[in-house]
Write a protein that binds this ligand. Structure first.
Ligand code: F6R
Length: 626
């Protein structure tokens, strides 16, 4: 989704803006642009709408920039940059941000959707303004431009524009009349804005992601919805929309910029798949005590009475996080005996769900900024439900809505498709299930000890699955020839089958359906035939025999079958065409082991087909609009 970076310092802003955009580019983008206030006091804008090549083409076009006073080239000490992910208007140069007001005095970059933009555009066109793009964002530039032309400050003009729009917005703005300042605004839950100042150079910076600030500082301030900020070199001033100053101390962030680089791996996807044993360890750290055989979640300070009062658990999230949530629902229900369901946030937010003080809501989100997930969380907050968020990005908006935050601590995930954050979320949800079950007396300390002993083995079990890469590569070569795939699972393997299909769709662009294996006879069997291959999750567990029958039924209808099975199991091998074995382990841990080969399969298939595994087409890492 769109990314923002802004700089106000003592050096030429251009290279900083380009580097800043490089660090937010992973969110998904198709265009890029920057605006600076040049040595002549005028706003200069450079933009590209060349899809994935936009940022590198932009960087090449502006070169390293020149210092102010030098006659040619783009330079300035203050500037804004944007990576666009198209929502209104196709991908091209005129729709790339920043957008400027008609008199060229103002430039803005916007993340979010202006829902009433047609109405505002009509009004602006009627007043004689000519639009240069098809975007909703350009109305914001003209509204701010009108305020500045009428003598208001940049900040007042941005607030004035914010009062006219409906929807969500994170905006950065420049005015040629205030050449030292960048203004940032946040309304609604779209995209965050993080602000910081470098202790070394005094440069003040602002971005949609903390990671873009780490080369400058790790002491950051998060802008809340309904707040506006002015940055100048070495200065950060926060206000609410009424103009009242806000005093907020910076918070220290622990993300490590170096760790977010690829290191020895060819891409982030392979790095992040390989980091999964560490991601699990991160989620267990400080919670599971392997020596004592105990588990605690110090982050959750609900009293025993409050926990006993919970009569329903609703888990919510989108995409991969929803699949982690489905796994969470199954373990929470089975260990605590409290009814638990997982629901897609985009559905939950528009229903009129029964939520109340006895419903525990558990949101799962890597970014903590997904628009639908935040809206569902907001609804739960209004219903008075106690709320836990399981997430990677600490300090994101979701942490401010939830009552309790359980960081999954997988480490920054850059690949658009989630892998390590899913496995760390599943680990954290399993810990939550154990914590709730023990607090309610549904399991005793002996049972907790057994689970903790199992969890101690989990990182090395997952590490051993990573060794099967060779076998996965030949299966990927085979499956890359199909245009339709079916993924089947039952019980705790159903979310894994859904996730395997999602990964294959997003990374390899192959149509893949995930289904509950029991659904086959109710319609899906009609699809079976040699043109569709089937991937079956069939580890040895209570539902194993049922899965064997499914494999036979699929084979009988001419579909090629690849199965994920338990090491030492020869039966699946006799039925299926291809078998990937994962280590034998207790049923509770099986989903952690079966999801990994499915991620690897999608990754390898993407490579066979020449796709970019880190940046699948049409997708964004952080989906800040619905
Ligand atoms: C798929 C994927 C997405 C995200 C979804 C929710 O690989 O990554 O489906 O899981 O967009 O994002 P978060 O977890 O940030 O709320």
């Amino acid at each position: 989704m769109c990314g923002i970076f802004a700089y106000a310092g003592t050096e030429n802003a251009v290279p900083f803006l380009i580097d800043g955009l490089r660090s937010v580019e992973y969110r998904g983008y198709d265009s890029a642009g920057i605006a600076v206030i040049g040595g002549d006091g005028k706003i200069q804008i450079a933009r590209r709408g060349d899809h994935k090549a936009s940022l590198e083409n932009l960087a090449a076009a502006v070169g390293k920039g020149h210092l102010p006073g030098v006659a040619s080239g783009m330079a300035g000490l203050v500037g804004i940059g944007h990576t666009r992910w198209a929502t209104h208007g196709e991908v091209n140069q005129k729709n790339a941000h920043p957008h400027s007001s008609s008199d060229g005095l103002v430039a803005i970059a916007h993340n979010g959707i202006i829902e009433n933009f047609l109405e505002l555009k009509d009004e602006l066109v009627d007043s004689g303004i000519e639009f240069k793009s098809d975007t909703d964002s350009e109305v914001f530039a003209h509204l701010v431009g009108r305020g500045v032309a009428n003598g208001s400050s940049l900040r007042e003009s941005v607030v004035g524009a914010a009062r006219r729009i409906k929807g969500n917005a994170a905006v950065v703005a420049l005015s040629a009349l205030e050449p030292d300042t960048v203004v940032g605004l946040r309304v609604g839950n779209a995209g965050g804005i993080v602000i910081g100042t470098s202790a070394k150079t005094d440069a003040s910076v602002m971005a949609s992601d903390t990671i873009a600030l780490l080369p400058f500082t790790n002491e950051v301030i998060y802008l809340e919805p309904g707040e506006i900020v002015e940055i100048e070199r070495g200065v950060i001033r926060l206000f609410d929309l009424e103009g009242t100053p806000i005093d907020r101390e910076p918070v220290r962030v622990n993300q490590n910029f170096e760790a977010a680089k690829k290191g020895k791996y060819p891409d982030f996807m392979s790095k992040e798949i390989a980091e999964q044993p560490d991601a699990i360890q991160g989620a267990l750290r400080g919670r599971a005590d392997f020596a004592a055989g105990t588990l605690d979640l110090p982050e959750i300070t609900l009293t025993r009475d409050q926990i006993n009062a919970i009569d329903r658990v609703v888990l919510t999230g989108m995409g991969t996080s929803l699949h982690a949530g489905m796994f969470g629902a199954s373990v929470i229900e089975s260990l605590t005996r409290i009814p638990a369901v997982a629901e897609n946030s985009s559905e939950l937010r528009y229903r009129n769900p029964v939520l109340g003080p006895n419903t525990l809501v558990v949101a799962v989100t890597q970014s903590g900024e997904t628009a639908d997930t935040l809206a569902a969380m907001e609804q739960a907050r209004q219903a008075g439900s106690p709320q836990v968020v399981v997430l990677e990005m600490e300090g994101s908006q979701a942490t401010r809505i939830a009552d309790f935050t359980l960081p999954v601590r997988a480490g920054q995930e850059i690949g658009v498709a989630s892998t390590k954050t899913m496995i760390a979320s599943m680990t954290t949800l399993l810990e939550l299930a154990v914590f709730l079950a023990q607090s309610r007396g549904a399991i005793d300390s002996e049972q907790v000890k057994k689970i903790v002993e199992m969890l101690a083995e989990l990182p090395s079990l997952v590490a051993s699955v990573l060794d099967i890469d060779g076998k996965i590569t030949s299966l990927a070569e085979r499956l890359s020839g199909f245009s339709d795939l079916l993924y089947l699972g039952r019980g705790a393997q159903l979310p894994i089958a859904l996730e395997g299909a999602l990964k294959m769709k997003e990374l390899a662009y192959i149509h893949a359906e995930g289904y509950a294996a029991g659904e086959m006879k109710h319609g899906v069997n009609a699809l079976l035939g040699p043109e569709m291959a089937t991937v079956v999750c069939a580890p040895k567990n209570d539902l194993y025999e049922k899965m064997l029958s499914n494999i036979s039924e699929v084979k009988a209808r001419g579909s090629e079958v690849a199965a994920i099975a338990t090491e030492g199991d020869d039966t699946v091998g006799r039925l299926a065409d291809h078998v990937i074995h994962v280590p034998d382990c207790p049923g509770l841990l099986q989903p952690f082991l079966t999801v990994v080969p499915l991620q690897m399969l999608a990754y390898r298939t993407a490579l066979v087909l020449g796709r970019d595994p880190d940046k699948p087409r049409n997708l964004a890492k952080t989906v800040t609009v619905e």
